[in-house]
Write a protein of this length. Structure first.
Ligand code: MN
Length: 149
């Protein structure tokens, strides 16, 4: 895993976002950040492989079963980003306000190159969620019922 793209896109003298390193520990946390960038979206991030695997979800994480929302995979973020909220200044990458919409821990139920299934234990998001890749960067994110595993 690498944070090269994350680091390349940001000027850490100008943004309050953390620089961060690839972590050696995994606390299996997740966060959803509401990001008031040029287009409002929600960033869904899972702590996996020493980084936060990240998706931008234009319509937000669906809380009802059977509703699929597009989730566009974006660059890996450092695990330190899990607590980030604040204002990314004008002119900087992703400029705008970032709020923590939900956070918690997860259990990884399944991971293949094309799908990730997690049990989320957040304040707002609880239950089994699936990310399903259908194009190189485009995934569907949806809630599903708990299956025996
Ligand atoms: Mn974002």
């Amino acid at each position: 895993m690498s944070l090269a793209i994350y680091h390349k896109r940001r000027k850490f003298t100008k943004t309050p976002e953390p620089k961060g390193l690839v972590a050696s520990k995994n606390k299996k946390r997740f966060v959803v950040q509401e990001h008031h960038a040029s287009h409002l979206h929600w960033d869904f991030r899972l702590e996996l492989e020493g980084v936060l695997k990240s998706w931008a979800v234009p319509k937000g994480v669906p809380t009802k079963e059977g509703v699929k929302h597009l989730a566009v995979q974006v660059e890996d973020h450092p695990v330190e980003y899990i607590n980030f909220h604040g204002i990314i200044p004008k002119g900087q990458y992703g400029a705008g306000k970032v709020l923590i919409w939900d956070k918690g821990t997860f259990k990884l139920l399944e991971q293949t190159p094309k799908s990730i299934k997690v049990l989320l234990r957040g304040k707002k998001l609880k239950g089994v969620f699936v990310l399903f890749k259908f194009q190189p960067q485009n995934w569907f994110l949806f809630k599903t019922s708990l299956t025996a595993r």
